[in-house]
Design a protein around this ligand. Structure first.
Ligand SMILES: NC(=O)C1=CN([C@@H]2O[C@H](COP(=O)(O)OP(=O)(O)OC[C@H]3O[C@@H](n4cnc5c(N)ncnc54)[C@H](O)[C@@H]3O)[C@@H](O)[C@H]2O)C=CC1
Ligand SMILES: O=C([O-])CC(=O)C(=O)O
Length: 308
């Protein structure tokens, strides 16, 4: 299976590294606009192959999309990351143009491609890919929920003083500082609701820290995170490549599900060989439903700034 990763920066290179290390793809093509950058990252990563024991061939190109032809999956990470103090939404002005152009190039050379959108503001960039690519909706998947859920589990494990392998949980709704919805009501430690172990103060801490997970790292790093984003993408690509039919929260075009339409938002979905196999309808509490609707309202406002 051939995977293209557009943007060979921090997140793109991390995606390529995790995909290669898991050894389930024959080829990863890195594309960047910066002369020689993708080629350099690909060469550096290939020189880890004998050390890390993978056979995936990684190549790089400066903007030559003919090299991406026949890609089964393409991951869009091109665009600028935020700096401390910024929101993801502030990136729309620059990133929308980049994502639109990249999408056109990808689809031209790989008309059957499944696109995973990473560039921020991710829910809006996923919506843009729907509006401009001509691809069927099961082939466009925004990455946010997989990462946010991993951060939720990290914070749950911290609060529970438990190993991360003991905890499970999911984050849906928007991939934004305010619109994320960590489903505490459904989070468990070995099948037992975490609400049985955590008092109100700890529950609030877990939710708030999860929501600002990206901002916290941006403040520490001076730019946004890349290891967990790359790992999250690799899980999604593997679910497609190996037809795993894993349930992963992803930003998907809704058509009545969760009471919303004509918007991309994070919802649980079954991810397999066809991309989105099914959106999973789970029962939310009244409070969760209200928060989901609030997140949708905010994302819709950002979508309003798009020009097609
Ligand atoms: N959805 C999510 O959960 C996450 C999203 N992100 C987003 O991912 C994006 C990338 O972040 P980083 O990798 O840290 O940034 P970065 O600056 O390290 O890399 C971005 C790369 O995109 C390239 N690029 C720009 N325009 C291009 C074009 N037209 N064609 C091909 N390549 C192009 C740049 O040359 C650069 O190498 C940002 O928008 C960031 O906000 C980051 C982490 C998580
Ligand atoms: O925080 C950011 O800007 C990057 C991102 O989406 C994340 O790490 O969740």
């Amino acid at each position: 299976m051939k995977v293209t990763v557009v943007g060979a920066g921090a997140v793109g290179a991390s995606c390529a590294e995790y995909i290669a290390m898991k050894n389930f793809c024959s080829e990863v093509v890195l594309v960047d606009i910066k002369e020689g950058f993708a080629e350099g990252k690909a060469m550096d990563l290939m020189q880890t192959a004998s050390l890390n024991g993978f056979d995936t061939k990684i190549t790089g190109t400066t903007g030559d999309y003919s090299k991406t032809a026949g890609s089964h999956v393409a991951v869009i990470t091109s665009g600028i990351p935020r700096k401390p103090g910024m929101t993801r939404e502030e990136l729309i002005g620059i990133n929308a143009g980049i994502v639109k152009e990249v999408t056109e190039n990808l689809v031209k050379h790989s008309p059957e491609v499944i696109i995973i959108v990473v560039s921020n503001p991710m829910d809006t960039m996923t919506y843009l890919v729907h509006k401009t690519s001509g691809l069927p909706k099961h082939k466009i998947i925004g990455m946010g929920g997989a990462l946010d859920s991993a951060r939720f589990k990290y914070r749950l494990a911290e609060a529970l003083e438990a190993p991360i392998s003991d905890v499970d949980g999911m984050v849906i709704a928007a991939h934004s500082d305010t619109g994320m919805l960590p489903l505490l009501s459904k989070a468990t430690r070995n099948g037992v609701p975490v609400t049985e172990f955590l008092d109100d103060e700890k529950q609030k801490y877990v939710i708030e820290e999860t929501k600002v997970g990206g901002a916290t790292l941006t403040k520490l790093l001076g730019t946004s995170a890349w290891y967990a984003p790359g790992a999250a993408v690799s899980v999604m690509v593997q679910a497609i490549a190996c037809d795993q039919k894993k349930m992963i929260p992803c930003s998907l075009m809704l058509d009545g599900e969760y009471g919303e339409s004509d918007i991309c938002l994070g919802v649980p979905a079954i991810i397999g060989a066809n991309g989105v196999e099914k959106i999973v309808d789970i029962t939310l509490t009244e409070e969760e439903k209200a928060k989901f609707a609030e997140a949708a309202k905010a994302v819709r406002e950002v979508n309003g700034d798009l020009k097609f």
